[in-house]
Design a protein around this ligand. Structure first.
Ligand code: ZN
Length: 63
């Protein structure tokens, strides 16, 4: 699970990488702000996050 800070209230909004790939939007559970992350705009960040997750999985030996 990844998370981003809400642009309005800084609450952490959790999401899955696949949600972004599917073009889903996220709603802050605290202030109901809708956040739409563009995969293209956030590609580098997301790919880094994915790499870290893969890294972690390798270390934990989970497939
Ligand atoms: Zn919020």
């Amino acid at each position: 699970m990844l998370s981003i800070p809400c642009p309005k209230c800084k609450n952490r909004i959790e999401f899955d990488l696949k949600d972004i790939l599917e073009g889903k939007k996220f709603t802050c559970s605290n202030c109901n702000t809708t956040v739409a992350l563009s995969y293209e705009d956030n590609k580098t960040t997301l790919l880094n996050a994915q790499e870290k997750l893969d890294d972690l999985k390798n270390k934990l030996d989970i497939d």
